[in-house]
Design a protein around this ligand. Sequence first.
Ligand SMILES: [Zn+2]
Length: 422
Amino acid sequence: MNDQNEVNRRKFIVTTTAAAGAASALGAVVSAPASAQSLLEPPPGFNTQPPLVENWNRQLGDLVDVSSGIRRDAPELGHPAVKDRHKIYCYLLMKLIVRFWNGNKRGPLGIYPLRQGQIERPERPERRQRYRGDMIANADGLRVNWDRYLGHNIACIAVDGNGDIIDFDFNHNDFFRSSAEHAESRMVRRLFSLTDVFDGWKTGKKLSDKPHLASLNDVTLYTSLESCAQCSGVMSLAGVRQIVYLQNDFTAYKIGNLMYNLANRTAGVDSRGNAILDWQGKPVPSLPGAPIPIAGSEIQLDEFKNLNEANLAFSKNVIAAKAANDKDPTIVSGAFFVPDNGKPDFAPSITSFLCTDAALRIFQGGAAKLDAMTLDPLSRDWKFPNRPDNKDILTNQECLDKARAFFVYADTEGYRGSPHKL
Ligand SMILES: [Zn+2]
């Protein structure tokens, strides 16, 4: 047990003693010493795991707080150019989601009251109403829209430490008839399958003297939705450096934050035993044992707040609509989906929200920023993590140019429902 724990233990005893004294003064029953003792430290075995020992007596609210951890493990986030850099990839992610958007969670037919902007051929109201799946911008006879729902509108992209985009992936739950085919875990499995593959999607040129993916500890994943327990676990096992997410999943019980705070830290060396350097070229003493969870709000991404608020509004409205429908079954206007036959869908699910016009508009707004973004001179030439000895690290301007080029590639050759061509 280190000094810090001794201090914590003393602090705890002082606190509990004071509380017991207060309770006693009020004539209340004082806790048995054995029960106070059991709070002091984890059971044998667990008491040798430093994060468990340090956090054993903390309140849950403190335990999910990652603000001080982020300052320690990602101090570069305080720099405006670093925020710009993360935003480039967030905007690319939103543009990919818009490109492959498919809101037909309950099929292309029927009525989706909250998807009126996604009706195919609204100019021909005499035809039966049908909703667009694949949101390809310029559909023609050779490139048709595909309305089959393959999975939720949740995606992620992986970016290496140099700033090169490795690949993107989507949720494929419906395609595989599985509730576990999430974007991030699919992405990590794919990163492993690409280990030692040198030819990137761009040119096939080797990018540096190390295998492209020899280690994932400099890889950042950008995901549109806060990760679940499965994906947090997979990313943690893979050693992914950090995860930037565009929206909270309120049902994911902050598992990514918990894992980040409770996982044992590892030595600050890469797979070859060389010291890992921070953004200022100094050795990093230790690495987190789970990805650093970075909410979009940390980089002042407007869409983070907008998506959260719109999701909460959707949930509230659809629950109210269900209550109205219970009283009068003919009222279905606030449902997520009204089938030709059968019961309307009033579930306040986030994956239903991620089919609505409200969600799509927010992603479209973010997507447009990838095209409109300009970088001021200080940001333009910024290299992150800015290690002076690594010539392969891209400047922010190069990242922006490559992100735009990646979209063109994905639009032309990428597939949402099958492995991507690299
Ligand atoms: Zn997941």
